[in-house]
Design a protein around this ligand. Structure first.
Ligand SMILES: [Zn+2]
Length: 398
């Protein structure tokens, strides 16, 4: 596995090599691993922290860091990356490690109750029973309450690892019981180096790292998928096209349509797997047998899939907005006399033209319009198309 081997150009080895651009975080976690070993050896009863909260911006690698940290805890050599413990944790097959991946949907009280039971069990193969909750910001209030006691008085060999974008996203009762560590936005050079190690050409890696602004998953998509690059180019051409209200509304519809297609592409394979799983579990399928409870479970599944599609659509719209934001940010940078570290070097002509034709105050208003669009979608649940129309009308070039 290339991600866990020693990596050229990175000081981090073993399981830590996959934790891209997070040297400060790793510097904090390594002593914690040593503490855990002292605790296990009975040499230091206060050296173990059983509840962790890992925060960091989307795409910074929170769950990768949580897995690496877990592997290092389970490993006999603090995360060698080679032993069975390390490999199984990283492959997601370690019997003592539970990963809750909700794909952005909420985590309810029943889910948490079963997690609490799992967390309380003694490890069977490893040193610790670890529960990684990838989206702790999605815990409902009730679910959070159900988790409190286990966080406060965990079984001796239990470790909770909660991940979230920021501490503010996590229930205050939860976060106050965790030790908080944070990831930074990974530097573009570190992301580019990662892509190159994965076989991406240097120029393309540099572009993808820059354009993704430190979002590793986005960088990977831009590096590997011509379709993702084409959609980004279209977004970058928008600012010049928003010349009249009709054009603004058409652009909003186009962005919405592209986002819908993106969401569809991401959801379809997951949904197909889930439907097959449902058929296996309930023994329905070709014979069309009716089993009591099956229809209810199917409705639950459909509801969950619909909620996920909504989430995926919003995420895709948000990606377009972030790209657009980077364009206006570059315009503003030029207007303020700085041409260093432009995100969109390949669109320099369009960026400079807009910078010349407008002034910083207007650019700031446009930045505001894009930010407001994200807020109304995210916090006020405004339909993405409506939010986009509103924003694009405000971006109109006079
Ligand atoms: Zn190991």
């Amino acid at each position: 596995m290339s991600t866990i081997a020693r990596v050229e150009g990175s000081a981090l080895t073993g399981v830590w090599a996959a934790v891209v651009g997070q040297e400060p975080l790793v510097g904090t976690l390594k002593p914690a691993i040593d503490g855990a070993r002292r605790w296990l050896a009975g040499r230091d009863s206060s050296a173990m922290t059983h509840a962790w909260l890992l925060t960091g911006p989307p795409g910074s690698g929170r769950s990768v860091a949580a897995r690496a940290f877990t592997a290092a805890l389970e490993c006999g050599e603090s995360g060698c990356g080679q032993c069975d413990q390390c490999r199984e944790v990283l492959a997601g097959s370690h019997p003592d490690v539970t990963v809750v991946d909700t794909a952005g949907l909420s985590i309810g009280v029943d889910d948490v109750r079963s997690l609490v039971l799992k967390a309380a069990m003694s490890p069977t193969r490893g040193r610790w029973s670890v529960v990684i909750v990838e989206d702790a910001d999605r815990l409902t209030d009730q679910a959070g309450d159900a988790m409190l006691k286990s966080l406060e008085e965990p079984a001796p060999h239990t470790v909770w690892m909660l991940c979230a974008p920021t501490t503010d996203d996590v229930l205050v009762t939860i976060r106050s019981r965790c030790r908080q560590v944070s990831l930074r936005t990974p530097p573009a050079a570190a992301v580019a180096a990662l892509l190159e190690r994965q076989g991406i050409d240097g120029g393309l890696a540099a572009f993808a790292a820059r354009a993704s602004q430190g979002h590793i998953g986005r960088a990977r998509a831009l590096a590997r998928d011509e379709g993702a690059r084409a959609r980004r180019r279209e977004v970058m051409e928008l600012p010049q096209r928003l010349t009249d209200p009709g054009a603004c509304l058409r652009a909003a519809a186009n962005v919405h349509e592209a986002a819908t297609e993106d969401a569809e592409a991401a959801a379809a394979p997951l949904e197909e797997r889930e439907r097959a799983g449902h058929r296996d579990e309930w023994g329905t399928g070709t014979r069309g047998i009716k089993v009591r409870g099956e229809q209810g479970a199917l409705s639950d599944l459909k509801r969950m899939q619909k909620a996920r599609r909504t989430r995926l659509l919003r995420d895709a719209v948000d990606r377009a907005l972030l790209d657009l934001l980077s364009f206006y940010r570059d315009v503003l940078a030029l207007q303020l006399g700085s041409d260093e570290n432009l995100v969109n070097e390949e669109h320099l002509k369009a960026v400079s033209e807009l910078a010349r034709r407008t002034d910083p105050a207007l650019t700031l208003r446009r930045v505001d319009a894009v930010l407001a669009c994200r807020t109304v979608m995210d916090e006020h649940n405004v339909a993405p198309l409506l939010a986009l129309e509103q924003a694009f009308l405000r971006l109109r070039t006079q």
